[in-house]
Design a protein around this ligand. Structure first.
Ligand code: C5P
Length: 220
């Protein structure tokens, strides 16, 4: 079996992470959460006192943090300058600031470079999840999936993960972040022309996983 590169893109709350991890684990592939990398660089900017709305300052600092992603789907890790960042990157502060940081072209160039070298080094292939993987990072991926779901379904899933979070507030925050991610100039959230779109609104996680596994197996 030759190695297979799978790109999974889509907005938040579509089940991208759960699906990508499960598919990678099932098929013995590596896994990369590119959102975690943008969150990690955002966390570094915050802890180093850089104003995330100052694009020039963010651009200047983009090369400084050392970000290392572990690619085992059953135990994904991320460190920044050697520190475990998996907890801090999930705070509301990071979530609310990540779109501003990820819109800065110097940040994208830096992180995209990391992503391409990780994908190239994966021994049996990799599942890479994000917003611009099929369009920009890995345009030659063997399979591109674009996950969608209604805003209601996405907000309900996110609020469920955040335990006790208010669904309508979660929905507003999510719509705002997707709008920022979809309208930025540099590699916005978009479906690649050759991506398979899967609407997950009415599907269980198991059904989405099975659907993607079948699509990958057709490519191997
Ligand atoms: O997937 P997650 O919600 O963790 O992504 C966090 C943020 O990282 C997104 O809202 C987006 O601003 C940015 N991102 C990106 N390109 C990617 C993955 C994530 O710009 N490939």
């Amino acid at each position: 079996v030759h190695s297979v590169i799978v790109a999974i893109d889509g907005p938040s709350g579509t089940g991208k992470s759960s699906t990508s991890k499960a598919v990678a684990a099932k098929l013995g592939l590596s896994y990369l959460d590119t959102g975690a990398q943008y969150r990690a660089i955002t966390w570094w900017m915050i802890t180093n006192g850089i104003d995330v709305d100052d694009a020039a300052a963010v651009a200047d600092a983009a090369g400084k943090p050392v970000i290392v992603s572990g690619t085992d789907p059953s135990h994904p890790t991320i460190t920044v300058d050697g520190l475990d960042a998996s907890g801090p990157i999930r705070t509301q502060e990071v979530t609310s600031k990540v779109s501003a940081v990820s819109a800065v072209p110097e940040v994208r160039t830096r992180i995209t470079g990391l992503q391409r070298s990780i994908a190239a080094a994966a021994p049996h292939g990799i599942v890479v999840e994000g917003r611009d993987i099929g369009t920009t990072v890995l345009p030659d991926a063997d399979l591109k999936i674009f996950l969608t779901a209604s805003p209601e379904a996405r907000a309900a899933r996110r609020a469920g993960e955040l335990k006790g979070a208010d669904v309508s507030a979660t929905r507003e925050a999510l719509i705002k972040r997707d709008a920022a991610d979809s309208t930025r100039k540099t590699s916005p959230l978009a479906k690649a022309d050759d991506a398979v779109e899967v609407d997950t609104t009415e599907l269980t996680l198991q059904q989405v996983i099975e659907c993607v596994v079948t699509l990958v197996e057709e490519k191997r």
